[in-house]
Design a binder for this molecule. Structure first.
Ligand SMILES: Nc1ncnc2c1ncn2[C@@H]1O[C@H](COP(=O)(O)OP(=O)(O)OP(=O)(O)O)[C@@H](O)[C@H]1O
Length: 294
C-alpha cells in the first residue's frame, strides 16, 4: 500500500526550478531516506507530500488523497526543518496540547522517555537547549500514533548522543510497523536508519535504491597525484585539475592505483581519500548525464 506518492512533480519558485519531474512512492512499512546536498529540493518535496505547498505541475497523494485535505493528513506526523515552540509553555504542557488533537495519543511520560526528555517535563521550552528543542519537535510528530512520519533533517544540530537517541526512537517506531520518510545531508544517518535511499540533486531523483546499492555508487574515492600527463584509465568517473594537482574520482581506488603503476607514468605525492558526499553527488550527476550505450 502506497502512503505517499509523487508523480512527475515539478515545483518552481519564480525562476528557480526546485523540483523537476520527480517520481516517488513510499509504501507502508518502509523507512526511506531522502539524501541530498543543500538546495537539492528535499524540503520542497517533503512540503509537497505533506500538503504545505502545492506542486507547479504533476500529482501528489497522501494516504490516497490530496495532501491538502485534512482527512488525508489524519495519520501523518511531521517535523519540518524549522519549528518554533512557545517559550513560556512547559514541555509537558506542549505535549498535552498536541496530544489533545488525537483520539489515542501516546501517554506523555512514555513519549518523553522515548526521546530522552523525561527529566525536562516541567521545564519551560524557552529554557531548553537547542538539541532538546529539536528532540521535542521530533517527538511531537509521533504523539498521535501516526502511520507515516515525515522528518525533515531531524538530527541537524544534535550532538552524537542525542542523534543516537533519536535514531533509536525512529527505529522503534519503524519496528512497530510505522512508515518513515526522512531527509538528511548525512550519508551516515541514512545508512544507519534507512533500507531505501532516494538521492536528490538539483531537483531531480538521481538514484532510488537499497542502501547497499547507493553506498556502492557514493563510495567513490578521490585519487590525487602530481603528474605531467594522465593516461586514460578505466574506472575514472571524473577528472579534475586543481592547483597543479590531478584528482581522479573512482569507485575502485585500488585498481586505479594498480593501473597507474602499470601505465609507467611518472607521478608524485599520491593520495587516496574518500570523497565528500558533495563530490559523490557530482560523480553520480556526471554518470547520470552520460549518454546511455547504444
Ligand atoms: N520559498 C522559496 N522561495 C524561493 N526559492 C526557494 C524557496 N524554497 C526553496 N527554494 C529554492 O529551491 C531549491 C530547493 O530548496 P529546498 O529547500 O527544497 O532544498 P533542500 O534539499 O531541502 O536543501 P537544504 O538541505 O539546504 O534544506 C533551492 O534552490 C532553494 O533556494
Amino acid at each position: 500500500m502506497i502512503l505517499a506518492h509523487a508523480h512527475r512533480v515539478s515545483r518552481r519558485y519564480g525562476t528557480v526550478l526546485a523540483l523537476d519531474e520527480v517520481d516517488l512512492d513510499v509504501r507502508a512499512g518502509e523507512l526511506v531516506g531522502l539524501l541530498g546536498p543543500n538546495g537539492a529540493g528535499k524540503s520542497t518535496l517533503i512540503n509537497l507530500l505533506v500538503g504545505l505547498r502545492r506542486p507547479s505541475s504533476g500529482r501528489v497523494e497522501l494516504n490516497g488523497g490530496d495532501p491538502r485535505d485534512p482527512a488525508s493528513r489524519r495519520q501523518l506526523g511531521v517535523t519540518p526543518q524549522e519549528t518554533g515552540l512557545p517559550g513560556t509553555l512547559r514541555v509537558g504542557e506542549v505535549v498535552d496540547f498536541v496530544s489533545a488533537h488525537y483520539p489515542d495519543p501516546i501517554p506523555r511520560d512514555e513519549l518523553l522517555d522515548r526521546f530522552g526528555l523525561g527529566a525536562q517535563v516541567r521545564r519551560q521550552c524557552g529554557g531548553l537547549s537547542g538539541g532538546q528543542k529539536r528532540r521535542l519537535a521530533v517527538a511531537l510528530a509521533f504523539v498521535g500514533r501516526p502511520r507515516l512520519v515525515v522528518l525533515d533533517e531531524p538530527t541537524t544540530g544534535l550532538d552524537v548522543e542525542a542523534r543516537h537517541a533519536l535514531w533509536d526512537a525512529i527505529r522503534a517506531f519503524h519496528a512497530d510497523g510505522g512508515t518513515v520518510l526522512l531527509s538528511s545531508h548525512y550519508l551516515e544517518e541514512v545508512e544507519a536508519l534507512a533500507q531505501r535511499v532516494v538521492v536528490i540533486g538539483k531537483g531531480r531523483v538521481l538514484a532510488d535504491d537499497s542502501v547497499d546499492a547507493i553506498r556502492a555508487v557514493v563510495g567513490v574515492r578521490r585519487v590525487s597525484l602530481t603528474v605531467d600527463a594522465v593516461p586514460a584509465l578505466p574506472g575514472v568517473v571524473r577528472t579534475e585539475q586543481v592547483d597543479g594537482r590531478t584528482h581522479l574520482l573512482t569507485a575502485d581506488a585500488d585498481q586505479l592505483v594498480r593501473d597507474l603503476v602499470a601505465s609507467g607514468v611518472a607521478f608524485r605525492n599520491l593520495e587516496v581519500r574518500p570523497t565528500s558526499l558533495e563530490e559523490a553527488f557530482l560523480a553520480i550527476t556526471t554518470a547520470d548525464a552520460e549518454p546511455a550505450p547504444a
